[in-house]
Design a protein around this ligand. Structure first.
Ligand code: FAD
Length: 427
């Protein structure tokens, strides 16, 4: 049996696990379906989340590196950083909820260059002696008890490689997790198609801001998002999520020609388009089994974010070495995983209200609710778990007014409050 550690996926989780395992003296083989790391075609908003409590420890963005204070390691990063200082939630009639720190003077996230980051990490892994099988897809495999077999397909055909341990870092669609029997208790919540349109000439958008448009008037159940891009001043990213029925292309067409934002797109031109599809499961509570550990988005409720993927890579590398030494690496990783990520807590599984603004509430109701908190400045955060909580805490300050002025709306809010996230996806 080959003693290599096999890693499926050269995203941030797989690359960082490979780098640290190589540092710990392990032979590592990474299987990656992309032919090269030169370009990034998968959509990602690429923002670091600066909340100090995020994923149990936050990340400090320092000169030339990202430092994780509690786990005490750093990942090199020398690419661009664009501060994001304001976040605005827009209702159909443009009542706005603002999120900022120090009145917009302190960023709550940094946009970064993921393409450069991954390319640099790949080069670093090569220098450390990690072996890559690029243009190669993992398609099957089994745990043999004393190690693992992974079936791979590339231009040379189908073959089987063997290793002592397997790290599945394949990202959100989690098909190898399925093959190795890790998905058995997971619920598939939804499959989303996501497109990112990088555009110049959009008017009325503030630089260094993140804007989310909520309501049927914008033609999407998920918010249409406009934020900064890495392509220069005045060039923004428009991010649209849809599905096979209500496609992102159709939503884009309607948003830019027949919504309250249409006037801002009169002279807009497309610079680039990127996409991805996302199969969303609930989080995998126990991500280790036999000789296999799954990490990063492959095990998350939707996504761990890039900084969370580095944390997974770091803790998985430690866990693998412990297991090889007969210690309880999997148990330690599982505890860290369950304690660190917000989506693993039952409290955060109750964020249904936040995700379900549309279509649960009508445009008129959204205008009314947003108008109640317009003028306040909520704490600046990019966190998709903290944000709905902040919004609803703020709206609930006005419960007496809502009860008096809009009793039917208040009853709807109370009903939504009883729902779980799974219920809201099944609606
Ligand atoms: C629209 C959108 C916006 C986002 N915005 C942000 C953001 O602002 N900030 C942030 O930090 N994160 C953001 N994310 C999330 C972020 O992209 C992920 O959390 C992160 O990339 C997860 O890293 P990973 O290594 O676990 O998986 P991935 O980055 O998905 O990497 C998985 C790798 O595995 C490869 N692979 C998959 N299957 C196989 C196979 N069978 N065989 C071989 N190789 C395989 C893939 O090609 C890929 O290279 C966003 C995601 C989306 C979709």
């Amino acid at each position: 049996m080959n003693k290599d550690i096999i890693i499926i996926g050269a995203g941030p989780a797989g690359l960082w696990a490979a780098a640290e395992l190589a540092d710990r003296g392990q032979q590592v083989t990474v299987i990656e379906l992309k032919k090269s790391m030169d370009t990034l075609s998968r959509a990602c908003s690429t923002q670091f989340i600066l909340d100090s409590d995020y994923e149990g420890e936050g990340v400090e963005v320092r000169e030339g590196e990202l430092y994780f204070p509690k786990s005490n390691f750093s990942v090199p990063y020398t690419g661009a950083l664009i501060p994001v200082n304001n976040k605005y939630y827009h209702s159909p009639k443009d009542h706005v909820i603002r999120f900022a720190r120090d009145n917009g003077n302190e960023p709550f996230s940094y946009k970064f260059d993921k393409e450069k980051m991954l390319k640099d990490l790949y080069e670093l892994c090569i220098q450390k002696g990690v072996k890559f099988l690029m243009g190669t897809t993992a398609i099957g495999g089994k745990d043999t008890g004393d190690g693992v077999e992974v079936e791979i397909r590339n231009k040379e055909g189908v073959q089987t490689i063997t290793g002592s341990k397997l790290i599945i870092a394949e990202g959100v669609n989690a098909s190898m997790c399925q093959v190795f029997g890790l998905n058995e208790t997971r619920m598939h919540m939804a499959t989303a198609l996501c497109l990112k349109f990088i555009m110049e000439g959009i008017t009325g958008v503030e630089d260094n801001s993140w804007n989310l448009y909520y309501g049927r008037a914008y033609h999407s159940n998920a918010a249409v998002i406009i934020g900064p891009s890495l392509y220069g001043d005045g060039i923004y990213e428009v991010t649209i999520s849809g599905d096979k029925v209500n496609t992102p292309e159709q939503i884009f067409e309607n948003f830019t020609t027949n919504s309250p934002m249409a006037k801002n797109f009169k002279n807009a031109k497309l610079v680039k388009k990127m996409g991805c599809f996302v199969k969303a499961f609930n989080a995998l509570a126990t991500p280790c089994k036999g000789n296999v550990i799954a990490i990063g988005d492959a095990t998350a409720m939707v996504e761990v974010e890039v900084q969370g993927a580095f944390l997974c890579g770091h803790h998985a590398a430690k866990a693998v070495v412990k297991e090889l030494n007969g210690e309880k690496g999997w148990e330690e990783y599982t505890k860290w995983w369950q304690d660190s990520f917000e989506f693993n807590s039952s409290d955060y599984m109750r964020v249904a209200q936040g995700y379900a603004l549309v279509p649960v509430y009508t445009d008129d109701e959204l205008d009314y609710l947003f108008s109640l908190v317009e003028g306040e400045c909520l704490y600046g955060t990019y966190s998709q778990y903290k944000t709905p909580k902040l919004i609803w805490d703020s709206i609930h300050q006005h419960d007496d007014t809502i009860k008096a002025e809009r009793p039917e709306l208040y009853a709807k809010m109370e009903k939504m409050n009883q729902m779980s996230l799974a219920d809201s996806f099944n609606k």
